[in-house]
Design a protein around this ligand. Sequence first.
Ligand SMILES: *Cc1c(COP(=O)(O)O)cnc(C)c1O
Length: 457
Amino acid sequence: MHFYSTAVQGEFARLDSRKQTAGMVSFKEAVLRCLPDDEGLYVPEALPDLRQFLLNADKSISFTALASAITPRFFEGELSAEEAARIAKNAFGFSPALVELDETFSVLCLYDGPTGTFKDFGIGFLASLLEELLGRELGAGAAGKVMVISAMRDTGAGIVNAFRGRRGIVTVLLCPRSESRGVIRGLDSADFVPNGGNVIPIEVEGNLDDCQRLVSGIIRDRPFADRYHVTSANAINAGRLLPQAFYYLYSFIMLKRKISGDLFFSIPSGNFGNLIAGLYAWKFGMPVDGFIAAMNANNAFGPYIRAGNAGPFSPSALTSTNSPALDVGRPSNYERLNSFYKSAPAVMRHMVFPRSTGDAETLAAMRRAWEKYGLILDPQGAVGFAAAERMAEDDFNRHIVCLATGHPAYWAHTVYEATGERIELPERLSALAKETAPIAFIKNDLEGLENAIASCL
Ligand SMILES: *Cc1c(COP(=O)(O)O)cnc(C)c1O
């Protein structure tokens, strides 16, 4: 599979084939370089056709077996089928769970990974992929050969978990000061570089957007990035998004004999990585009739999607809601989504349906899911469920799979408010509340960041 930059789109088709090839990179390069040298993001040039696989696959297939069957198709011409399958086998110690609620609704639970959100799928795959590439390219003992730098809000523990003990990888985490105020959550200082681990947590004078800009900045500082082999585990990395398509395919295989009408997915959307992954699954040949882009009050992206013409997008001011994982002003996958709209606006207008749900309705949807199905949803999942309920009203022969993206116990207070149920954080997740001090504190500037990193190594 090959990747090219969203910034050359439009251009791309017009370039002669020699120049096209020059701008393209392999999957391996897209993952290791993370960002192209222009302002774009990497997107796949063509995707494997998995229709035959989807037709034949049986409901008894395990998630890991599915991932192991598909991953070699990603790396044709780059890795042997055996190497690629090993990446999938070592990526996930957990599975998605599809729960059929009734004729109309299913819920796809994606929070059984080590840190209780769907992000465990992409991060786990990326970590396994980097380890496989390092083992292959550099041989044993290639310590410090790749640096993975990521901005974190609640994903830090997920990243550390996935990369802990992986040979040759150093993990730099940038945490916004506004949220941490001198403490970082969910990390264990035993994992930090000075204590013999492979993690460098850095607190930044700024917000999450600032941290994300620093990540892009350091990757685009090619002398530094090449010297330390810098990449990122944030969703800007294509190696995190593609494996998320696996759970859409998995849902389809579980449901394919049952449903005769239309199939939709409802996706709680913040940075829109999950939606992009769903669109990839569709491009792999998965029969699907549409995706609901479920947003909370931060719905500035709705008009853009509805217009379907890849017009300019103007972010509006952020509002705090009771589904905080969806509080995003400018989605980091904007360029990727835009590239879908640029290539086929008329198709996209009939494929992605924006829906926005306010706080009160989110609580009401959580309550209905509990009363009707005995199901506890997290607030983000409830935003998706509320949107799905509304869409189901105007058509009967439609099945909607609602993604439950996070473990409800993280938002126990909101769950209690909506349902009166008290739920406890499972033990594996309670360690995520642990507080530690970061190794360094920096101003929001690239040079300071690079110096802080260099002085740790
Ligand atoms: C990150 C996150 C989201 C948003 O997903 P995107 O891919 O950024 O749209 C939704 N729910 C939960 C629980 C999350 O952690």
